[in-house]
Design a protein around this ligand. Structure first.
Ligand SMILES: Cc1cc2nc3c(=O)[nH]c(=O)nc-3n(C[C@H](O)[C@H](O)[C@H](O)COP(=O)(O)OP(=O)(O)OC[C@H]3O[C@@H](n4cnc5c(N)ncnc54)[C@H](O)[C@@H]3O)c2cc1C
Length: 450
């Protein structure tokens, strides 16, 4: 997503630009595939940062303007309503923040003024700049909100949808995530991620951009502090003025011919996830489940860290792509569940054990989720499941860490003068974040020079 966004910007300014993709399909972490006659999205739960037509501010409007799309090109449908569910307390929220405030007032009397005071201190996207970090978000939140349970309930969705660090996030990231989830909210195109990718690719090609599939970069050859050339998996070489990599920080450094050190844990992520996809013989609403996304945790404290088991069953995210405010039904019912997972626990299994464990943890993940939504298991007609190994295999992300390295490279610069990073490890996560990152880094460095 970040690469396509960067490509569109460059092509728009008549730069000769080529996107190199290792795989035979586009989309990276948020692609799509066909299996058993059905279309599946790899990842899409929802787009964050919902902006209704006519909105002038915020990341979504900025993307539309910078990439010259219209609101209709993506036809986003807002969520119906989501919730954060902890034992004994559920906080509902929609794309209208007033509902969340009133839910907090009901469940945590005495905290709502504190919540409002905290929200008034969030830094706006436009003021974050490229270098914003600003310390621990937990310390910031605790300086306003005094109920520990409410703190956990606020962090649960933010960490699940963008936490690259265990337990906490940087203040700047917190501002981005809080705004994108609670203040702006969720939406989805009716046709899923395919529509987003199709629109990005169409624009890129229409502007003269070149896309080379099955063209993996094997080595970035450094010469005199600059990228000399790229060696590709098909044996060919490319000489270029600039390289912008969306492969990840550690993954990019590993490709550089002049980097020989062993990476530290700070350079790649520790947080892996599993995702189960269950296709149902009816819409989830017919089973009594009408929520768009449910973030759940089964105790008062939310532990966002790498589990020792293959999957952490204590918490998770349940998403139904059917439960957006469409004019017509989506067709088949679907429920997706995300949970924290341990890459190493999956990586040590033999092929046969891996298959067996996948079935076992699929069943357990569903069993865990139906504590928070109506039991849909008798309606499942088809299923699939990703582990951190799947993410690693299809995107090259070390340890299958979707949100990348805990330490972000906000400037996008590297030790090589003409090599930059964009996307997840530049500091912007999710689809909207990745697209913003591609635009920002391109404008800052690659469009400055002739
Ligand atoms: C299961 C799952 C669910 C998700 N759900 C959501 C969601 O609901 N909403 C949301 O906003 N975000 C979601 N995300 C996150 C979102 O998909 C990512 O944050 C975003 O797509 C990252 O984009 P990127 O451009 O930074 O990187 P990537 O998508 O990782 O793109 C990098 C690309 O580089 C290619 N590549 C890597 N190495 C090389 C090489 N050496 N040579 C050539 N090509 C190479 C990869 O194949 C890949 O295509 C989800 C992710 C997953 C995995």
């Amino acid at each position: 997503m970040s690469g396509l966004a960067a490509g569109i910007r460059l092509a728009h300014y008549n730069k000769r630009v080529c996107i190199l993709e290792r795989h035979n399909t586009i989309g990276g972490l948020n692609s799509f595939y066909r299996q058993g006659g059905r279309h599946f999205d790899v990842g899409l739960h929802a787009l964050t940062n919902y902006a209704p037509k006519g909105t002038k501010r915020g990341p979504f409007s900025r993307i539309m303007k910078m990439l010259r799309f219209t609101f209709e090109d993506f036809a986003l449908i807002p969520q119906i309503g989501s919730e954060v569910a902890f034992p004994g307390v559920t906080l509902h929220f929609t794309n209208d923040f007033d509902l969340f405030e009133s839910e907090v007032a009901l469940a945590f009397p005495g905290q709502v003024d504190r919540l409002q005071a905290m929200v008034s201190q969030l830094v706006d996207y436009d003021q974050l700049g490229l270098g914003a970090t600003g310390g621990s978000a937990r310390e910031f939140v605790a300086s306003y909100i005094t109920d520990p349970l409410l703190i956990e309930m606020i962090f649960c969705p933010l960490l699940y949808y963008g936490g690259a660090r265990e337990r906490d996030m940087e203040f700047g990231q917190f501002c981005i995530m809080f705004r994108s989830i609670f203040l702006e909210g969720f939406s989805r195109p009716f046709a899923g991620v395919r529509l987003i990718l199709k629109q990005l690719l169409r624009k890129f090609k229409a502007l003269g951009g070149e896309l080379r599939m099955r063209a993996g970069v094997e080595e970035i050859v450094a010469r005199d502090g600059k990228v000399g050339k790229l060696l590709l998996s098909d044996g060919s070489e490319i000489e270029t003025k600039f390289v912008l990599s969306s492969a990840g920080w550690y993954e990019t450094m590993r490709l550089c011919s002049d980097i020989h050190h062993q990476p530290s844990e700070r350079e790649y992520g520790r947080l892996g996830f599993v995702e189960t996809i269950s296709v149902l013989d009816k819409e989830p609403k017919q089973l009594g489940h009408g929520r768009t996304i449910v973030f759940f945790n089964d105790s008062q404290r939310f532990e966002y860290s790498r589990p020792s088991d293959p999957v952490d069953l204590r918490s998770g995210v349940i998403c139904s792509p059917n439960n957006f405010d469409y004019d017509e039904p989506l067709g088949e019912g679907m429920i997706r569940i995300t949970a924290l997972a341990n890459y190493d626990a999956w990586a040590t299994l033999s092929e046969e054990e891996y298959r067996r464990e996948k079935q076992l943890w699929y069943d357990r993940t569903l069993e865990s989720a139906v504590r928070f939504i109506p039991d849909f298991r008798d309606s499942v007609v088809d299923s699939d499941m990703f582990t951190p190994l799947t993410v690693h295999r299809f995107t090259g992300k070390a340890k299958g860490a979707i949100y990348g390295a805990p330490e972000k490279r906000y400037t996008g610069q590297t030790h090589l003068e003409n090599l930059f990073v964009c996307g997840t490890d530049q500091g912007m996560v999710g689809i909207i974040g990745a697209i913003v990152s591609g635009i920002t880094i391109t404008s800052k460095y690659l469009l400055k020079e002739d």
